[in-house]
Design a protein around this ligand. Structure first.
Ligand code: AMP
Length: 430
């Protein structure tokens, strides 16, 4: 036998048994995107490395350690340019915003994208090399209301998929006016205790000191004693943050202040947030995250425009639903259409009548004995079997309830009603 080929490390196949949860979660993202007036945008799965290096920052983990590089085949210079699979969606969306002159559209722009992201990270539970995000971005609105609106939206998302106990961790990391002083205060504090830092943190201290606070191995007392960004905010940043928190209070959104939440990417300014199942912050990775990026459009070559967004990890959302035993509503009855002779065209025609009415149908394409076809239908989870036989000549079929076993002859004209509203013994499950 030839050697088996397996899926690449850090990737997964989503098998049919997982699809009800994914379908349900994706349906919520689509419905919320509509109710919150977001318009869909799609960008390429790969972009120039430079876009991420400039946008996310050379020293971010995503660029420094986790970039999933791809190179074109030999050929033109462009083919030889270096590409990377997107580690996150915001840089690509902002690139598209600038490239298509979208600033002339009536703003603020509300954009949403759902799709795979790629990070060449060490795979572990809940951390994959390919994962899916539902992302929303609002470009062109500097005010605090939209910060609160997005945090409220994320809360609503978790509630509507069935996770009640989600808490937002929030922080403000200031802007270019106040962050330099905060950075200096952090550097002074950590330099005085440099011998207690990990090698990685010592390096971070030099290139991006805020990220020392991101280090999971930072001693708790060192982290607790560190200067807090909220104590170093300039007046406009402080007012903005207070306004956001006041609105979250008014809306009843659950949040805690998290002074270590600096986020790993350079483009963030002011409000940052991450979402966790309450009580599991220590053990579990975030379910979703985001923040304000008022300098990013300019950094990528556009005119100065504020922005804010979040990315919700769909893989981790589905995992959390499974851990909490949240069941998905069934998708309505499945009907099998079976036959007793060379009546395959009629099977498709009857299936078509049911499908016209929105019913899921699995026609049996075999010429096996009826008993075998019934067995397969039951194994496939069908609630009903429609059996074509001699009655077809008078416009009727036999409808068999596969749960209870009852059967009756039903006129084709009444078939949809019989399947959706009862008529063959038990009413169908919904
Ligand atoms: P980040 O920008 O790293 O905070 O990612 C935003 C969200 O995407 C996280 O809160 C996760 O839900 C999800 N996410 C990030 N990295 C991964 C990964 N390697 N595997 C699965 N989900 C991820």
């Amino acid at each position: 036998m030839a050697a088996k080929i397996e899926a690449p490390r850090g990737t997964r196949d989503l098998l049919p048994e997982e699809s009800p949860a994914w379908n349900a979660v994706e349906a919520v993202t689509r419905d919320l995107s509509r109710r919150y007036a977001f318009e869909r945008i799609d960008t390429p799965l790969f972009e120039r490395v430079e876009l991420f290096a400039r946008g996310l920052g050379e020293s971010s983990d995503a660029v420094e350690k986790e970039m999933f590089r791809v190179s074109g085949a030999s050929g033109s210079d462009e083919d030889r340019a270096e590409w990377a699979l997107r580690p996150e969606p915001t840089a690509g969306i902002v690139r598209a915003y600038i490239e298509h002159g979208m600033h002339v559209r009536p703003g603020p722009l509300r954009l949403t994208l759902t799709g795979p992201m790629f990070r060449y990270d060490r795979p572990q539970a809940g951390r994959y090399r390919q994962f899916s995000q539902w992302d929303v971005e609002v470009i062109g609105d500097a005010g605090p209301m939209v910060d609160a609106e997005l945090i409220e939206l994320a809360h609503r998302f978790y509630r509507e998929v069935g996770l009640d106990d989600v808490v937002a961790h929030v922080n403000s990391i200031g802007d270019e006016a106040c962050r330099p002083q905060y950075r200096d205060a952090l550097v002074a504090y950590f330099e005085a205790q440099e011998d207690r830092l990990t090698d990685d943190s010592r390096r971070r201290l030099r290139v991006n000191p805020l990220r020392v606070l991101d280090d999971k191995e930072l001693a708790p007392d060192l982290a607790d004693g560190a200067p807090r960004s909220v104590d170093h905010l300039c007046d406009p940043c402080r007012e903005h943050f207070h306004a956001v928190l006041n609105m979250l209070d008014t809306l009843g959104c659950r949040y805690v202040l998290d002074h270590r939440l600096v986020r790993g990417l350079d483009y963030y300014t002011r409000t940052t947030y991450e979402f966790f199942v309450a009580g599991s912050e220590g053990q579990q990775q975030a379910l979703g995250a985001g923040g304000r990026y008022d300098g990013l459009v300019e950094l990528l070559g556009g005119r100065a425009t504020p922005g804010i967004g979040f990315g919700i990890g769909l893989d981790r959302t589905v995992l959390a639903l499974r851990e909490q035993g949240v069941a998905q509503a069934s998708r309505g009855p499945l009907v099998a259409v079976l036959g007793t002779g060379e009546d395959h065209a009629e099977r498709l025609a009857v299936a078509g009548v049911l499908r016209d009415a929105g019913i899921a149908v699995r026609p049996d394409g075999s010429s096996r004995k009826l008993g075998k076809q019934l067995e397969s239908a039951a194994k496939a989870g069908a609630a009903y079997a429609v059996i074509l036989g001699d009655e077809l000549a008078t416009g009727s079929v036999v409808l068999k309830n596969l749960d209870g076993g009852e059967q009756s002859t039903v006129a084709l004209d009444d078939l949809v009603r019989a399947v959706t509203g009862g008529g063959a013994g038990q009413p169908p499950p919904t």
